[in-house]
Design a protein around this ligand. Structure first.
Ligand code: TNX
Length: 536
């Protein structure tokens, strides 16, 4: 059945390739973004797909459309239900998810044979009878579904019934990511965010094929996860936040709920316990962790660099072992981030000693070390990942250290503070955020190449990119959205799309088309004058 249906279509699209060649969206003329018909031109999505071959008839979703998955594929069915969950409210159609055979409609196919699609890629074929998304792995199907959402008009995202028609442009897309790591970080320590707020942000990340959620769960101002062996960390250390509000923490079940929710959207959670600096909340909770045996008060300001675990005391390593063991047990992902930034109150020798003792603990509990790039000033463990957060003002010696580590095998995740930091102000009038790394407008945030950014670091050492959102000034979902949008989609595109598609002039037109999508989703965003938003 499947063969009979796909073979003529594949043949058709091969003929189509021969006729029109392969076009890359990055190169598409800007005006194409607004087709007169209201159909989103194929490939006008974020991140830009690797290969796009527009052509043939569009597919129209109607009240008779079914979402077809193969029998027995639990994950494909779940992805089908997620898609139906987006499409049902706005179209008002039933859109049953079914494993009964049939050639038409929206088909989600897992094919072990599609090796070329890798762990996250997908193929998308659209024509008169239907849309077929094929992937080797469920993550690829999920990403293909995000592409399908963006090929539909923005009002598809509304939670109330909208007018059709619901057409998907005809043609084929074949799409795999440039980098394996495409992350976003949320600092839940400076201000606490509830499980519901984190889930809302996860949904927004997932639309742009972000696949890592880095949670900064401890800092001077708050410890945000329950640790059974050290209960005061969360109960006392989590009891406030910047500005003195009540703070909060995740119970183990709540943390697991976040991890599960993220994994159903193909995001891996990377928890960060920042050490040895950024530890005032822990030091305040247990006097014995302090070198002088005296617990400092809780801290609700925004200074950095004043706290340190006590490197010479043995109890420090009992503490670290317990915390890492409990968090590793809750986290199915591969990585555990141990921070390591701004340890200004830890003498360098102590810093090196500390990292030499702590990294093996991460390995002992089956995880791979991730740390801020200061870790390259110590002895990064085999396989460790360093997260570079330098910026244009970062000195050459510091860059050299990171590059030298990269040449020796440390993989890099790039989060340049003056490009990817979502807490930097857009301009001097931005009401939220900080400006220590400069003002970061949407074009500046997008206009760099992770492959060549850090001179001397080979592209093969670049594991990917991440956009961190520090929350000294951020305390609501509206704040998160205003700072993340429209910059996060740009960082996501740098992580996913081939360098050949990179072009601000074309990107800003694709980006503009997302304003109405965010409106339909009830999201806030910064209406940058650099982006040609459609008149509303
Ligand atoms: C630097 S970036 C920090 C954070 C702050 C952030 C504010 C990094 C690894 N450390 O502690 O929240 O600046 O932008």
């Amino acid at each position: 059945m499947r063969q009979q249906w796909t073979t003529p279509r594949l043949l058709g699209s091969l003929l189509l390739v021969a006729a029109v060649g392969i076009s890359c969206v990055g190169a598409a003329p800007a005006g194409e973004a607004k087709a007169a018909s209201g159909v989103v031109p194929l490939g006008q999505v974020i991140p830009a797909p690797a290969e796009v071959e527009p052509g043939g008839s569009p597919y129209e979703i109607t009240s008779r459309t079914r979402i077809r998955v193969e029998e027995g594929s639990r994950e494909a069915r779940r992805i089908g239900e997620q898609l139906a969950g987006v499409l049902r409210p706005s179209t008002g159609y039933r859109l049953p998810v079914t494993d009964e055979g049939g050639g038409d409609g929206i088909r989600l196919e897992l094919s072990g044979k599609a090796k070329e699609l890798g762990a996250e890629g997908y193929r998308f074929a659209s024509g008169r009878r239907g849309v077929t998304i094929t992937a080797k792995e469920p993550a690829g199907l999920f990403h293909g579904v995000q592409t399908l959402r963006q090929q539909l008009p923005p009002r598809i995202e509304s939670d109330s019934r909208q007018e059709g028609p619901w057409q998907v442009a005809g043609g084929r897309i074949e799409d795999t990511p440039r980098f394996a790591y495409r992350g976003a970080m949320l600092d839940v320590s400076r201000h606490f965010f509830t499980v519901e707020q984190v889930k809302r942000y996860i949904d927004q990340m997932a639309m742009y094929k972000v696949n890592k959620l880095h949670l900064h769960i401890s800092d001077d101002q708050g410890w945000r996860i329950a640790i059974d062996s050290w209960p005061r960390l969360a109960e006392y250390g989590g009891s406030t936040q910047v500005g003195g509000g009540p703070g909060g923490y995740y119970t183990k079940d709540q943390y697991k709920d976040i991890v599960r929710y993220a994994s159903e959207r193909y995001l891996e959670v990377i928890p960060e316990i920042d050490m040895p600096g950024h530890t005032n909340a822990a030091l305040a909770s247990y006097a014995e962790l302090n070198c002088n045996g005296v617990a400092p008060p809780l801290y609700t300001g925004t200074n950095v660099g004043f706290s340190s675990l006590c490197v010479p005391k043995e109890i420090t390593y009992d503490f670290v072992d317990d915390v890492i063991r409990e968090i590793a047990a809750l986290t199915p992902g591969r990585y555990l981030h141990i921070g390591g930034d701004e340890a200004h109150s830890t003498p360098h020798e102590d810093y090196v000693t500390f990292m030499d003792r702590v990294q093996p603990v991460v390995a002992k509990y089956g995880k791979t070390v991730m740390g801020w790039h200061q870790l390259t000033g110590a002895n990064p463990a085999e396989g460790a990942i360093a997260q570079y957060w330098g910026y244009d003002q970062t000195g050459q010696a510091e860059r050299d250290q990171v590059v030298a580590a990269a040449k020796k095998g440390t993989k890099l995740v790039l989060s340049p503070a003056d490009r990817s930091y979502l807490d930097m102000k857009y301009n001097k009038d931005t009401p939220l955020g900080l400006a220590w790394a400069g003002l970061v407008e949407v074009d500046r945030s997008y206009d760099w190449d992770p492959g060549t950014y850090l001179a001397g670091a080979p592209e093969s050492s670049i594991f990917g990119v991440e956009a961190p959102l520090w929350s000294e000034t951020i305390s609501t979902s509206k704040h998160i959205e205003f700072m993340a949008f429209p910059r996060l989609p740009g960082i996501a595109e740098l992580g996913w799309s081939p360098a050949s598609t990179h072009d601000w002039e074309a990107y800003k037109v694709r980006l503009a088309a997302h304003g109405p999508r965010w409106d339909a989703l009830g999201m806030d965003y910064y209406k940058s004058a650099k982006v040609p938003w459609p008149a509303s």
